[in-house]
Write a protein that binds this ligand. Structure first.
Ligand SMILES: [Cu+2]
Length: 472
Protein backbone atom coordinates (compact mmCIF):
# COMPACT_ATOMS: atom_id res chain seq x y z
CA UNK A 1 0.00 0.00 0.00
CA UNK A 2 2.84 2.37 0.87
CA UNK A 3 4.23 2.00 -2.63
CA UNK A 4 0.88 2.68 -4.28
CA UNK A 5 0.36 5.83 -2.22
CA UNK A 6 3.77 7.05 -3.28
CA UNK A 7 2.95 6.41 -6.95
CA UNK A 8 -0.30 8.28 -6.52
CA UNK A 9 1.37 11.36 -5.19
CA UNK A 10 4.24 11.31 -7.68
CA UNK A 11 1.99 10.87 -10.71
CA UNK A 12 -0.27 13.72 -9.62
CA UNK A 13 2.75 15.95 -9.17
CA UNK A 14 4.10 14.86 -12.57
CA UNK A 15 0.78 15.66 -14.21
CA UNK A 16 0.68 19.02 -12.48
CA UNK A 17 4.12 19.89 -13.85
CA UNK A 18 3.43 18.53 -17.35
CA UNK A 19 0.12 20.29 -17.84
CA UNK A 20 0.99 23.44 -15.97
CA UNK A 21 -2.32 23.32 -14.13
CA UNK A 22 -1.87 26.21 -11.77
CA UNK A 23 -5.38 27.39 -11.05
CA UNK A 24 -6.14 28.25 -14.65
CA UNK A 25 -9.75 29.40 -14.62
CA UNK A 26 -10.22 28.05 -18.12
CA UNK A 27 -9.11 24.56 -17.15
CA UNK A 28 -10.90 22.06 -19.37
CA UNK A 29 -8.51 19.18 -18.72
CA UNK A 30 -10.04 16.38 -16.76
CA UNK A 31 -8.76 14.74 -13.66
CA UNK A 32 -6.10 12.10 -14.32
CA UNK A 33 -5.45 10.57 -10.93
CA UNK A 34 -3.54 7.39 -10.29
CA UNK A 35 -5.36 4.24 -11.33
CA UNK A 36 -2.53 1.73 -11.40
CA UNK A 37 -3.02 -1.94 -10.54
CA UNK A 38 -6.80 -2.00 -10.63
CA UNK A 39 -8.20 -5.45 -11.23
CA UNK A 40 -11.33 -5.79 -13.32
CA UNK A 41 -14.33 -5.48 -11.01
CA UNK A 42 -16.90 -8.18 -11.70
CA UNK A 43 -20.44 -7.03 -10.84
CA UNK A 44 -21.84 -9.22 -8.07
CA UNK A 45 -24.20 -11.97 -9.23
CA UNK A 46 -27.28 -11.08 -7.20
CA UNK A 47 -28.76 -14.00 -5.25
CA UNK A 48 -32.55 -14.06 -5.45
CA UNK A 49 -34.91 -14.70 -2.56
CA UNK A 50 -37.23 -17.47 -3.70
CA UNK A 51 -40.75 -17.10 -2.32
CA UNK A 52 -43.72 -19.07 -3.62
CA UNK A 53 -41.79 -20.09 -6.72
CA UNK A 54 -40.94 -16.46 -7.57
CA UNK A 55 -37.34 -15.27 -7.69
CA UNK A 56 -37.16 -11.88 -5.97
CA UNK A 57 -34.20 -9.64 -6.72
CA UNK A 58 -33.83 -6.66 -4.39
CA UNK A 59 -32.09 -3.57 -5.73
CA UNK A 60 -31.49 -0.35 -3.86
CA UNK A 61 -30.81 2.84 -5.80
CA UNK A 62 -28.76 5.32 -3.84
CA UNK A 63 -26.44 8.29 -3.95
CA UNK A 64 -22.98 7.20 -2.92
CA UNK A 65 -19.25 7.54 -3.65
CA UNK A 66 -16.97 5.44 -5.83
CA UNK A 67 -13.20 5.25 -6.21
CA UNK A 68 -12.39 5.65 -9.90
CA UNK A 69 -9.06 7.08 -8.76
CA UNK A 70 -7.00 5.73 -5.87
CA UNK A 71 -7.07 8.94 -3.89
CA UNK A 72 -10.47 10.46 -4.75
CA UNK A 73 -14.04 9.69 -3.77
CA UNK A 74 -16.28 10.51 -6.72
CA UNK A 75 -19.98 11.14 -6.10
CA UNK A 76 -22.11 8.62 -7.97
CA UNK A 77 -25.53 7.03 -8.22
CA UNK A 78 -25.42 3.25 -7.80
CA UNK A 79 -27.48 0.14 -7.23
CA UNK A 80 -26.53 -1.84 -4.09
CA UNK A 81 -22.79 -1.03 -4.51
CA UNK A 82 -20.92 2.17 -5.32
CA UNK A 83 -21.18 2.33 -9.13
CA UNK A 84 -23.42 0.45 -11.61
CA UNK A 85 -25.42 -2.45 -10.17
CA UNK A 86 -25.28 -6.21 -9.64
CA UNK A 87 -25.89 -8.74 -12.42
CA UNK A 88 -29.29 -10.41 -12.43
CA UNK A 89 -29.10 -13.92 -13.87
CA UNK A 90 -32.42 -15.52 -14.74
CA UNK A 91 -33.69 -18.47 -16.74
CA UNK A 92 -36.27 -18.55 -19.49
CA UNK A 93 -39.73 -19.36 -17.93
CA UNK A 94 -38.62 -18.18 -14.44
CA UNK A 95 -41.20 -16.19 -12.51
CA UNK A 96 -39.30 -13.13 -11.34
CA UNK A 97 -39.90 -9.97 -9.36
CA UNK A 98 -37.18 -7.39 -9.77
CA UNK A 99 -37.72 -4.99 -6.92
CA UNK A 100 -36.25 -1.50 -7.07
CA UNK A 101 -36.28 0.83 -4.07
CA UNK A 102 -35.42 4.43 -4.82
CA UNK A 103 -33.24 5.93 -2.08
CA UNK A 104 -32.19 8.79 -4.38
CA UNK A 105 -33.41 12.28 -3.63
CA UNK A 106 -35.23 12.37 -6.95
CA UNK A 107 -37.55 10.28 -9.11
CA UNK A 108 -36.30 7.80 -11.68
CA UNK A 109 -37.46 4.64 -13.46
CA UNK A 110 -35.79 1.28 -14.12
CA UNK A 111 -36.26 -0.16 -17.58
CA UNK A 112 -35.44 -3.76 -18.50
CA UNK A 113 -33.70 -3.12 -21.80
CA UNK A 114 -34.26 -6.08 -24.14
CA UNK A 115 -36.82 -7.72 -21.86
CA UNK A 116 -39.91 -9.14 -23.56
CA UNK A 117 -42.46 -8.08 -20.93
CA UNK A 118 -45.90 -6.41 -20.69
CA UNK A 119 -45.83 -2.60 -21.01
CA UNK A 120 -46.70 -2.06 -17.35
CA UNK A 121 -43.56 -4.07 -16.37
CA UNK A 122 -41.27 -2.31 -18.84
CA UNK A 123 -39.94 0.36 -16.47
CA UNK A 124 -40.19 3.06 -19.11
CA UNK A 125 -41.15 6.71 -18.60
CA UNK A 126 -44.64 5.72 -17.38
CA UNK A 127 -43.44 3.61 -14.44
CA UNK A 128 -41.94 6.41 -12.34
CA UNK A 129 -40.40 5.44 -9.01
CA UNK A 130 -40.57 8.48 -6.75
CA UNK A 131 -37.93 9.14 -4.11
CA UNK A 132 -38.48 6.81 -1.17
CA UNK A 133 -40.78 4.49 -3.13
CA UNK A 134 -40.41 0.99 -4.57
CA UNK A 135 -41.47 -0.55 -7.86
CA UNK A 136 -41.33 -4.15 -9.01
CA UNK A 137 -41.02 -5.56 -12.50
CA UNK A 138 -42.84 -8.86 -12.08
CA UNK A 139 -43.16 -11.24 -15.01
CA UNK A 140 -42.46 -14.68 -16.40
CA UNK A 141 -39.24 -14.69 -18.44
CA UNK A 142 -40.26 -15.41 -22.01
CA UNK A 143 -37.33 -15.21 -24.43
CA UNK A 144 -34.13 -16.78 -25.67
CA UNK A 145 -30.80 -16.64 -23.88
CA UNK A 146 -29.13 -13.23 -24.21
CA UNK A 147 -27.43 -10.40 -22.37
CA UNK A 148 -29.80 -7.56 -21.47
CA UNK A 149 -29.49 -4.68 -19.07
CA UNK A 150 -31.43 -2.38 -16.79
CA UNK A 151 -31.17 1.39 -16.64
CA UNK A 152 -33.24 4.51 -15.84
CA UNK A 153 -35.69 5.85 -18.42
CA UNK A 154 -37.19 8.98 -16.84
CA UNK A 155 -38.34 11.62 -19.33
CA UNK A 156 -35.54 14.12 -19.83
CA UNK A 157 -33.30 12.60 -17.13
CA UNK A 158 -32.14 9.31 -18.59
CA UNK A 159 -28.77 10.65 -19.72
CA UNK A 160 -27.98 12.23 -16.35
CA UNK A 161 -29.02 9.16 -14.34
CA UNK A 162 -27.11 6.67 -16.50
CA UNK A 163 -24.07 8.96 -16.52
CA UNK A 164 -23.98 8.99 -12.71
CA UNK A 165 -23.87 5.19 -12.63
CA UNK A 166 -27.31 3.60 -12.77
CA UNK A 167 -27.11 0.48 -14.96
CA UNK A 168 -26.62 -3.26 -14.59
CA UNK A 169 -26.78 -6.46 -16.59
CA UNK A 170 -29.55 -9.03 -16.89
CA UNK A 171 -28.29 -12.38 -18.17
CA UNK A 172 -30.91 -14.78 -19.48
CA UNK A 173 -30.09 -18.46 -19.87
CA UNK A 174 -32.21 -21.16 -21.48
CA UNK A 175 -31.97 -24.91 -22.24
CA UNK A 176 -30.05 -24.13 -25.41
CA UNK A 177 -27.44 -21.88 -23.79
CA UNK A 178 -26.90 -24.36 -20.96
CA UNK A 179 -26.29 -27.21 -23.40
CA UNK A 180 -23.68 -25.38 -25.51
CA UNK A 181 -19.98 -25.92 -24.82
CA UNK A 182 -19.38 -22.24 -24.11
CA UNK A 183 -17.42 -20.51 -21.36
CA UNK A 184 -20.04 -20.05 -18.62
CA UNK A 185 -18.15 -19.65 -15.34
CA UNK A 186 -19.26 -16.12 -14.40
CA UNK A 187 -16.29 -13.90 -13.62
CA UNK A 188 -13.78 -16.59 -14.65
CA UNK A 189 -14.30 -17.29 -18.33
CA UNK A 190 -17.73 -15.66 -18.81
CA UNK A 191 -16.96 -12.01 -18.23
CA UNK A 192 -19.39 -9.09 -18.23
CA UNK A 193 -17.92 -5.85 -19.61
CA UNK A 194 -19.94 -2.66 -19.18
CA UNK A 195 -18.06 -0.15 -21.32
CA UNK A 196 -18.49 3.58 -20.74
CA UNK A 197 -16.64 6.86 -21.06
CA UNK A 198 -16.74 9.76 -18.65
CA UNK A 199 -15.44 13.25 -18.08
CA UNK A 200 -14.13 14.15 -14.66
CA UNK A 201 -13.57 17.68 -13.45
CA UNK A 202 -10.27 18.83 -11.94
CA UNK A 203 -11.33 17.56 -8.52
CA UNK A 204 -12.16 14.08 -9.82
CA UNK A 205 -15.94 14.49 -9.82
CA UNK A 206 -18.04 13.42 -12.79
CA UNK A 207 -18.74 16.25 -15.14
CA UNK A 208 -22.02 16.00 -17.03
CA UNK A 209 -22.37 19.31 -18.85
CA UNK A 210 -22.78 18.76 -22.59
CA UNK A 211 -22.51 21.77 -24.86
CA UNK A 212 -24.91 22.11 -27.78
CA UNK A 213 -22.26 20.62 -30.04
CA UNK A 214 -21.81 17.68 -27.64
CA UNK A 215 -25.56 17.16 -27.52
CA UNK A 216 -25.55 16.88 -31.30
CA UNK A 217 -22.34 14.89 -31.85
CA UNK A 218 -22.15 12.95 -28.61
CA UNK A 219 -21.00 13.68 -25.09
CA UNK A 220 -17.76 11.75 -25.28
CA UNK A 221 -15.58 11.43 -22.23
CA UNK A 222 -11.80 11.24 -22.30
CA UNK A 223 -11.70 8.63 -19.52
CA UNK A 224 -12.83 5.21 -20.66
CA UNK A 225 -14.09 2.88 -17.96
CA UNK A 226 -14.88 -0.82 -17.76
CA UNK A 227 -17.23 -2.07 -15.04
CA UNK A 228 -16.56 1.23 -13.28
CA UNK A 229 -12.75 0.97 -13.37
CA UNK A 230 -10.18 2.81 -15.44
CA UNK A 231 -7.94 0.51 -17.53
CA UNK A 232 -8.42 -2.46 -15.21
CA UNK A 233 -6.55 -5.74 -15.58
CA UNK A 234 -8.30 -9.07 -16.07
CA UNK A 235 -6.23 -12.09 -15.07
CA UNK A 236 -7.30 -14.71 -17.58
CA UNK A 237 -7.02 -18.45 -17.85
CA UNK A 238 -5.25 -19.60 -21.02
CA UNK A 239 -8.43 -20.79 -22.73
CA UNK A 240 -11.46 -19.50 -24.58
CA UNK A 241 -12.86 -16.46 -22.79
CA UNK A 242 -16.36 -15.14 -23.37
CA UNK A 243 -16.95 -11.41 -22.97
CA UNK A 244 -20.51 -10.11 -22.69
CA UNK A 245 -19.93 -6.59 -23.90
CA UNK A 246 -22.41 -3.76 -23.34
CA UNK A 247 -21.93 -0.30 -24.79
CA UNK A 248 -23.21 1.45 -21.68
CA UNK A 249 -22.13 4.90 -22.83
CA UNK A 250 -24.44 7.86 -23.28
CA UNK A 251 -23.57 8.58 -26.89
CA UNK A 252 -20.24 7.11 -27.95
CA UNK A 253 -19.90 4.51 -30.71
CA UNK A 254 -17.18 2.01 -29.84
CA UNK A 255 -15.07 0.12 -32.34
CA UNK A 256 -13.52 -2.68 -30.35
CA UNK A 257 -10.65 -5.01 -31.05
CA UNK A 258 -7.55 -6.49 -29.46
CA UNK A 259 -4.12 -4.87 -29.42
CA UNK A 260 -2.55 -7.60 -31.60
CA UNK A 261 -5.42 -7.37 -34.10
CA UNK A 262 -6.31 -11.00 -33.44
CA UNK A 263 -9.46 -12.59 -34.75
CA UNK A 264 -12.24 -13.38 -32.30
CA UNK A 265 -15.74 -14.78 -32.72
CA UNK A 266 -18.96 -12.92 -32.12
CA UNK A 267 -21.52 -15.42 -30.80
CA UNK A 268 -24.47 -13.24 -29.81
CA UNK A 269 -26.19 -9.97 -30.66
CA UNK A 270 -28.51 -7.97 -28.40
CA UNK A 271 -31.29 -10.54 -28.03
CA UNK A 272 -30.00 -13.96 -29.14
CA UNK A 273 -27.09 -16.07 -30.19
CA UNK A 274 -26.03 -15.81 -33.82
CA UNK A 275 -26.81 -19.04 -35.63
CA UNK A 276 -23.08 -19.60 -36.16
CA UNK A 277 -20.10 -17.72 -34.71
CA UNK A 278 -18.82 -14.90 -36.92
CA UNK A 279 -15.06 -14.23 -37.16
CA UNK A 280 -14.06 -10.59 -36.73
CA UNK A 281 -11.17 -8.46 -35.64
CA UNK A 282 -13.35 -5.42 -34.86
CA UNK A 283 -16.85 -5.12 -33.50
CA UNK A 284 -18.75 -1.84 -33.58
CA UNK A 285 -21.29 -1.14 -30.84
CA UNK A 286 -23.47 1.96 -30.59
CA UNK A 287 -25.00 2.96 -27.24
CA UNK A 288 -27.21 0.23 -25.75
CA UNK A 289 -25.99 -2.51 -28.10
CA UNK A 290 -24.51 -5.76 -26.81
CA UNK A 291 -22.21 -8.34 -28.33
CA UNK A 292 -21.02 -11.58 -26.83
CA UNK A 293 -17.60 -12.48 -28.14
CA UNK A 294 -15.29 -15.44 -27.57
CA UNK A 295 -11.56 -14.94 -27.82
CA UNK A 296 -9.23 -17.93 -27.75
CA UNK A 297 -6.33 -17.38 -25.34
CA UNK A 298 -5.31 -21.09 -25.22
CA UNK A 299 -1.87 -20.42 -26.68
CA UNK A 300 -1.23 -17.18 -24.81
CA UNK A 301 -0.11 -18.33 -21.37
CA UNK A 302 2.30 -15.75 -20.00
CA UNK A 303 1.30 -13.10 -22.54
CA UNK A 304 -0.49 -9.75 -22.22
CA UNK A 305 -3.14 -8.25 -24.41
CA UNK A 306 -5.41 -5.22 -24.34
CA UNK A 307 -8.97 -4.69 -25.44
CA UNK A 308 -8.87 -1.40 -27.33
CA UNK A 309 -11.34 1.18 -28.54
CA UNK A 310 -10.01 2.04 -31.98
CA UNK A 311 -11.94 5.24 -32.84
CA UNK A 312 -10.57 7.11 -29.85
CA UNK A 313 -7.40 5.02 -29.27
CA UNK A 314 -8.31 4.12 -25.70
CA UNK A 315 -7.61 1.07 -23.58
CA UNK A 316 -10.71 -0.53 -22.08
CA UNK A 317 -9.10 -3.60 -20.54
CA UNK A 318 -5.67 -5.07 -19.94
CA UNK A 319 -5.64 -8.85 -20.12
CA UNK A 320 -2.91 -10.75 -18.30
CA UNK A 321 -3.02 -14.42 -19.32
CA UNK A 322 -1.37 -15.86 -16.24
CA UNK A 323 -3.57 -18.78 -15.19
CA UNK A 324 -3.63 -22.34 -16.46
CA UNK A 325 -7.03 -23.38 -17.78
CA UNK A 326 -9.03 -25.21 -15.11
CA UNK A 327 -11.32 -26.63 -17.79
CA UNK A 328 -11.48 -26.29 -21.54
CA UNK A 329 -14.34 -25.35 -23.83
CA UNK A 330 -14.67 -25.71 -27.56
CA UNK A 331 -16.84 -23.18 -29.36
CA UNK A 332 -19.56 -25.03 -31.33
CA UNK A 333 -20.21 -24.23 -35.00
CA UNK A 334 -23.97 -24.13 -34.48
CA UNK A 335 -25.32 -22.02 -31.65
CA UNK A 336 -29.04 -21.70 -32.29
CA UNK A 337 -31.78 -21.61 -34.92
CA UNK A 338 -33.55 -18.28 -35.28
CA UNK A 339 -37.16 -17.83 -36.36
CA UNK A 340 -36.96 -15.57 -39.38
CA UNK A 341 -39.95 -13.50 -40.41
CA UNK A 342 -40.58 -13.32 -44.15
CA UNK A 343 -40.94 -9.80 -45.61
CA UNK A 344 -43.65 -11.19 -47.94
CA UNK A 345 -45.80 -11.74 -44.84
CA UNK A 346 -45.47 -8.13 -43.68
CA UNK A 347 -48.84 -6.39 -43.46
CA UNK A 348 -47.38 -2.93 -43.65
CA UNK A 349 -44.25 -0.80 -43.74
CA UNK A 350 -43.86 2.07 -41.29
CA UNK A 351 -41.39 4.84 -42.03
CA UNK A 352 -39.50 6.79 -39.41
CA UNK A 353 -37.31 9.78 -40.17
CA UNK A 354 -34.82 10.99 -37.59
CA UNK A 355 -34.23 14.71 -37.73
CA UNK A 356 -33.41 17.69 -35.57
CA UNK A 357 -31.50 20.88 -35.11
CA UNK A 358 -30.17 23.18 -32.41
CA UNK A 359 -30.37 20.58 -29.66
CA UNK A 360 -33.90 19.40 -30.33
CA UNK A 361 -34.67 16.07 -31.94
CA UNK A 362 -37.65 14.58 -33.70
CA UNK A 363 -38.98 11.36 -35.19
CA UNK A 364 -41.25 12.00 -38.18
CA UNK A 365 -41.21 15.69 -37.36
CA UNK A 366 -42.49 15.17 -33.81
CA UNK A 367 -40.69 15.56 -30.51
CA UNK A 368 -41.61 13.06 -27.78
CA UNK A 369 -44.88 13.81 -26.00
CA UNK A 370 -45.76 11.45 -23.16
CA UNK A 371 -49.46 12.20 -23.70
CA UNK A 372 -49.44 11.23 -27.39
CA UNK A 373 -49.55 7.70 -28.83
CA UNK A 374 -47.62 7.79 -32.10
CA UNK A 375 -48.19 4.30 -33.48
CA UNK A 376 -50.56 1.40 -32.89
CA UNK A 377 -49.42 -2.11 -33.74
CA UNK A 378 -51.59 -5.20 -33.97
CA UNK A 379 -50.59 -8.23 -31.94
CA UNK A 380 -48.78 -10.84 -34.07
CA UNK A 381 -48.84 -8.68 -37.22
CA UNK A 382 -45.55 -8.73 -39.11
CA UNK A 383 -44.30 -5.27 -40.04
CA UNK A 384 -41.33 -3.72 -41.76
CA UNK A 385 -39.94 -0.57 -40.20
CA UNK A 386 -37.77 1.70 -42.27
CA UNK A 387 -35.70 4.21 -40.31
CA UNK A 388 -33.87 7.02 -42.09
CA UNK A 389 -31.25 9.16 -40.43
CA UNK A 390 -31.59 12.51 -42.20
CA UNK A 391 -28.92 14.17 -40.12
CA UNK A 392 -25.19 14.74 -40.41
CA UNK A 393 -24.73 13.04 -37.03
CA UNK A 394 -25.01 9.39 -36.00
CA UNK A 395 -28.08 7.91 -34.35
CA UNK A 396 -29.43 4.50 -33.53
CA UNK A 397 -32.92 3.11 -33.04
CA UNK A 398 -34.25 0.95 -30.21
CA UNK A 399 -37.62 -0.71 -29.71
CA UNK A 400 -38.84 -1.81 -26.31
CA UNK A 401 -40.12 -5.28 -25.44
CA UNK A 402 -39.26 -7.07 -28.63
CA UNK A 403 -36.46 -7.97 -30.99
CA UNK A 404 -36.23 -7.36 -34.71
CA UNK A 405 -34.03 -8.60 -37.53
CA UNK A 406 -32.24 -6.18 -39.84
CA UNK A 407 -33.18 -6.92 -43.46
CA UNK A 408 -31.59 -4.00 -45.34
CA UNK A 409 -29.07 -1.24 -44.91
CA UNK A 410 -29.21 1.64 -47.41
CA UNK A 411 -31.66 -0.27 -49.57
CA UNK A 412 -29.77 -3.55 -49.83
CA UNK A 413 -29.74 -6.82 -47.94
CA UNK A 414 -26.10 -7.21 -49.00
CA UNK A 415 -25.16 -4.37 -46.64
CA UNK A 416 -26.32 -6.29 -43.57
CA UNK A 417 -23.22 -7.69 -41.88
CA UNK A 418 -23.07 -11.34 -40.81
CA UNK A 419 -22.57 -10.34 -37.18
CA UNK A 420 -25.84 -8.36 -37.06
CA UNK A 421 -28.00 -11.26 -38.27
CA UNK A 422 -29.11 -12.25 -34.78
CA UNK A 423 -32.06 -10.81 -32.86
CA UNK A 424 -31.48 -7.12 -32.27
CA UNK A 425 -33.17 -4.42 -30.22
CA UNK A 426 -30.84 -1.53 -31.10
CA UNK A 427 -29.58 -0.79 -34.60
CA UNK A 428 -26.82 1.69 -35.41
CA UNK A 429 -27.71 4.18 -38.16
CA UNK A 430 -24.73 6.37 -39.10
CA UNK A 431 -25.23 9.90 -40.47
CA UNK A 432 -27.41 9.99 -43.59
CA UNK A 433 -27.90 6.20 -43.63
CA UNK A 434 -31.03 4.10 -43.46
CA UNK A 435 -32.07 0.72 -42.10
CA UNK A 436 -35.00 -1.63 -42.65
CA UNK A 437 -35.95 -4.26 -40.11
CA UNK A 438 -38.74 -6.77 -39.71
CA UNK A 439 -40.62 -6.96 -36.44
CA UNK A 440 -43.63 -8.56 -34.76
CA UNK A 441 -45.15 -7.77 -31.37
CA UNK A 442 -46.18 -10.94 -29.57
CA UNK A 443 -47.84 -12.02 -26.31
CA UNK A 444 -48.72 -8.71 -24.63
CA UNK A 445 -51.39 -6.13 -25.37
CA UNK A 446 -52.37 -3.06 -23.38
CA UNK A 447 -54.60 -0.33 -24.80
CA UNK A 448 -53.52 2.15 -22.14
CA UNK A 449 -49.82 1.68 -21.56
CA UNK A 450 -47.39 2.33 -24.41
CA UNK A 451 -43.94 1.02 -25.17
CA UNK A 452 -41.19 3.32 -26.45
CA UNK A 453 -39.08 3.50 -29.57
CA UNK A 454 -36.21 5.94 -29.59
CA UNK A 455 -32.67 6.84 -30.40
CA UNK A 456 -30.43 5.36 -27.68
CA UNK A 457 -27.94 8.22 -27.84
CA UNK A 458 -29.19 9.46 -24.49
CA UNK A 459 -28.68 13.18 -25.19
CA UNK A 460 -30.91 12.75 -28.25
CA UNK A 461 -33.53 10.63 -26.50
CA UNK A 462 -33.82 13.13 -23.64
CA UNK A 463 -34.35 15.97 -26.12
CA UNK A 464 -37.24 14.45 -27.99
CA UNK A 465 -36.02 11.65 -30.28
CA UNK A 466 -38.53 9.15 -28.90
CA UNK A 467 -42.06 8.00 -29.67
CA UNK A 468 -44.71 5.75 -28.13
CA UNK A 469 -46.61 2.77 -29.51
CA UNK A 470 -49.33 0.56 -28.15
CA UNK A 471 -50.07 -3.04 -29.06
CA UNK A 472 -53.76 -3.86 -29.51
CU1 LIG B 1 -29.72 9.98 -31.88
Amino acid sequence: MKKREFLTLSSVVALYIMTGCGGDSNDTSTYQGDTKDVSLPIPELLEPRVEGGVKHFDLRLKETKHKFFNNIETETFAINGTYLGPTIKIENTDEVSINFTNHLNESTTMHGHGMHVPPSMDGGPHQVINSGKSWSARYRVNQKACTNWYHPHLMGKTADHVYKGLAGLIIIEDDESRALDLPKRYGIDDIPLVLQDRKFDSSGQMDYSPTLREVMRGYIGDTFITNGAIKPTFEAEAKEIRFRVLNGSNSTVYELGFSDNRTFKQIATDNSFLETPVSLNRVTLSPGERAEIVVDLSNDFGANLTLLEYRYSKIFLKIDINKQAATTTSLPNTLTTLDKLNPIDAVRTRSFTLSGMMGSFEINGKSMNINRIDETMKLDAIEIWEVKNNMMVDHNFHIHATHFMIIQRDGSALNVAENEKGYKDVVYIPANKSVKFIVKMTDYTDENTPYMYHCHFLEHEDRGMMGQFIVS
